[in-house]
Design a protein around this ligand. Structure first.
Ligand code: SF4
Length: 159
């Protein structure tokens, strides 16, 4: 039992080091074992962050990207914002920021009023486009559609 616990702890520490994840307890992960998606009835969203870590009683979503980047990319920031919203609703708590992790750097992205507004605006725009059928699918991968947050509204979904 003690051996298993030590191995698990070592595994978690290895993951944290590999992905530059700061101190805190990992409470959710989708990278090694597929996890259940989180749902937000308020935002009408679903999604699976790579990790959620608990730091000082706060839940912080972590999105890990392959490749490097000299700055946080806008689409990645909005994806992380959606995870922040999902975590807030799932854990019924305030999420101050999320973490965007690239192979060369990690960025703390504040989930501030401006980003919340941008997230809502983007969601509205995407939903309008999907409703008006102004958006066409650009892939043939059912796996992408399976947990897509826009699945409910999308007329192009594969499954
Ligand atoms: S459900 Fe599939 S096709 Fe529709 S937006 Fe999502 S990923 Fe794209």
């Amino acid at each position: 039992m003690l051996l298993v616990s030590k191995r698990t702890k070592h595994h978690v520490e290895t993951i944290k080091q590999r992905y530059n994840i700061p101190k805190g307890t990992i409470t959710y992960t989708d990278l090694n074992i597929p996890a259940k998606p989180l749902f937000s009835p308020r935002y009408r969203l679903a999604g699976k962050p790579d990790y959620i870590i608990k730091q000082n009683q706060k839940f912080i979503p972590v999105e890990v990207k392959t490749g490097s980047s000299q700055h946080p990319k806008k689409n990645h920031v909005l994806q992380l914002a959606a995870y922040c919203a999902l975590v807030e609703e799932t854990y019924n708590t305030f999420v101050p920021h999320g973490l965007l992790v690239y192979s060369n750097a990690s960025y703390t992205i504040p989930f501030d009023p401006q980003l919340r507004f941008e997230l809502e605006e983007t969601m509205h725009r995407i939903r309008d486009n999907l409703r008006n059928q102004q958006m066409r699918r650009n892939h043939n991968d059912p796996g992408k559609c399976r947990f897509c947050s826009m699945r409910t509204y999308c007329t192009e979904k594969l499954i």
